[in-house]
Design a protein around this ligand. Sequence first.
Ligand code: ZN
Length: 454
Amino acid sequence: MKRKLIKGAWVVSMDPALGDIRNGEVLIEGRTIAAVGRNLAAGEDVEVIDAAGCIVMPGMVNAHQHTWQTALRGMAANWTILQYFHYVHAGLATKFQPDDIYIANLVGALNQINCGTTTLVDWCHNNPTPAHSDRAIDGLAESGIRAAFFHGSPKPDPKPGEKPFWEVPHPKAEVKRLMKRREFRKRDPLLSFGLAILGPHYSTYEVAQKDFKLARDLGLIASMHCAGAAARTPDGWERLQAEGLLGNNNNIVHGNNLSDAQLRFMLERGVTFSLTPETEMTQGHGFAITGRLRKLGAQPSLGVDLESGISGDMFSVARMALATQRAMDNDEARRETGKLPDTSSITCREALGWITIEGAKMLKMEDRIGSLSPGKQADVVIVRADALNMWPVHDPVLSLITQASVANIETVLVAGEYRKKNNKLRYRELDVKKQQLLASGHRILSELGLAPAA
Ligand SMILES: [Zn+2]
């Protein structure tokens, strides 16, 4: 692969040692970033990318998304969490065939690339058969995105004579089979594997215990939801802690119902938190715990969660998270002191960290992705900042967090390869795949009588 030199951009490296570099350059050699700075010695055989008028930033990390729901876009937008469980998990999810998961994951991942996300944590919990999981991975692989496939189990209503899902441990043999797929075993792979387990909020203690041990024994990240409906095992976190089973391979999604004492012992063990403020607020989990984590010295990563409910654009996610927490902080200051705080409680740079380096840390990949640092993977986004909706830019970080949208995402590189170039996604059969996605969504909704009348 020819070396690439991005020139003339305002580089927002998110690397504390490098900072922001006006009229800066990024040199890419193969899959990695070779240098970041000014007047770099690039040699002769190099492709120069003129990025004047642009901001160059690290590819974003979407730390939590159920990509299998892409064909259901918008349909859950009026549902609370309990309606969502009823209609989606106990209903629509049961109608998915393996190819429905494939097309949803492919198009959902392509949309992430289009929006400037280069790493997607695909929290896939609709895998009733091995074929479903295989097709989910096929979709991610075909898109060209960097992704972590987190394998989970479906959550249908229990049938007579069958064990309910909360009494079934994660299927070890299936996990071991999936881990052997070549996509996870390549040198320098784009795809990685993890577990999307129930955790004590959604399972019996015995199941949680087994799943935590399985993840630890296999050296995998185990991510789990905590919030929504009432906890199945309310004292589960304390018991896991007492048994020494909580560790830095554990990731909690939402966490709205956790106490400060629980957050404290989890953070001490290195547990990470991925928040999805918009779905948490609209579906009824509660307010995001961004501010509570900050008070304990920690930072969250952020995710889209559901395209059946909200937009897949990570800038929107960051903006929502920032505005909500600032509103809560301003409100608290007013109540406690009778006046506003002297300055905003959280900076835009911190919010940009939530969708870049914090996502990398959640995946234990901070040495490879999350910032434009020499030696890291060349996951790079070029943002057209001289466009009408961003011009003029006085501070690139403020402009990114307040104004940027998918319309500004001009070029996206994953591991040094173009996935979007000059505003065009590098995927040939997009129209065909969009039609397949429509057909899939329509069929699934029709089977439950939920498809809108023609
Ligand atoms: Zn979720």
